[in-house]
Design a protein around this ligand. Structure first.
Ligand code: AMP
Length: 291
């Protein structure tokens, strides 16, 4: 496994490998690797000749009052985990490698960014899109792996690949969870002991919603209320948003049918956690007509 920090060197290595006919699988991350990242890596290793991961905490996607400085980092442990998982290259640039000078353009995501995390974190997805375009041009992957845990990001990147004609296939990988249902996240380390006990309630609230839909509920307002009540009753977290939208379009829905996402963000004292479920909902069966 090689660790590379310079974009030009990364491109050069990949070009050489492509000349030999190798396929490139790529997992972008911000590091502090956990089982969720390893699930993406496992998929990439299984489907490609060469697996590249990047570890880069991208300042552009953090707001002024967010946790850029405090974001957890452990490059040594990440290197060990990546090696054990069969990664061939870690691209680990510094901020100056990625942004040697001020950008002379602005990448703006105009669809799917005004809801969910885009609403709570203005400019976040512009920063994500900018770094992803740069990383795709540096790593030149055939397939990229994104987690459904960040479903809005995955939908936006899917749109970006199609609209900007990147010759890349996107694979969305299901959320990896702890045994108690808590979605794995680098930010879980910020949770206080008591909050860690409460955090699995986020997924339980989503499961409650899923159960109600399976029992025939089709009113998004009732589903939102169910989730809200569950979180408020069982945690000390402050709800940032709960939304039910079509997926991957991320439009509002007046009744539940087709593919939908129920997504939540909850702020604990030092960690803002997100989670979601994506469901395919059939139109309600019409009541049997009487003979
Ligand atoms: P991050 O390092 O948090 O930016 O995440 C890098 C990639 O890993 C993104 O595509 C995430 O969606 C994905 N990821 C993070 N947590 C999980 C998880 N619990 N399960 C599956 N994928 C995840």
């Amino acid at each position: 496994m090689q660790i590379i920090t310079a974009p030009a060197m990364m491109q050069q290595k990949i070009r050489g490998l492509k000349k030999q006919g190798k396929t490139i699988g790529y997992v972008p991350t911000m590091g502090y690797l956990h089982e969720g990242h390893l699930k993406l890596i496992k998929n990439a290793v299984g489907e490609n000749d060469i697996t590249v991961i990047s570890i880069f905490v991208n300042p552009l996607q953090f707001g002024p009052n967010e946790d850029f400085e405090a974001y957890p980092r452990d490059p040594e442990k990440d290197t060990k985990l990546a090696r054990e998982a069969g990664v061939d290259f870690i691209f680990m640039p510094g901020t100056a490698d990625m942004y040697p000078k001020e950008l002379s353009m602005n990448i703006q995501v105009t669809k799917r960014a005004e809801v969910l995390c885009g609403r709570s974190r203005p400019g976040h997805f512009n920063g994500v899109a900018t770094v992803i375009i740069k990383l795709f041009n540096i790593v030149l992957p055939d397939r990229v792996y994104f987690g459904s845990k960040d479903a809005q990001q995955t939908a936006i990147v899917d749109g970006l690949i199609a609209e900007l004609n990147f010759p890349i296939q996107l694979r969305a990988v299901e959320t990896s969870r702890e045994a108690n249902g808590l979605a794995r996240s680098s930010r879980n380390v910020y949770l206080l002991d008591e909050e860690r006990q409460q955090a699995p309630e986020l997924y339980l609230s989503l499961q409650k919603a899923e159960k109600a839909i399976k029992s025939g509920e089709r009113d998004p307002a009732i589903i939102l209320q169910l989730v809200k009540e569950h979180i408020e009753k069982n945690t000390d977290g402050v709800i940032d948003y709960i939304e039910v939208l079509s997926y991957p379009q991320l439009n509002e829905v007046s009744s539940l049918h087709g593919q939908i996402i129920i997504a939540i963000a909850v702020k604990f004292s030092k960690a803002r956690l997100i989670d979601n479920i994506i469901l395919t909902v059939n139109k309600e069966e019409p009541p049997c007509s009487e003979q």
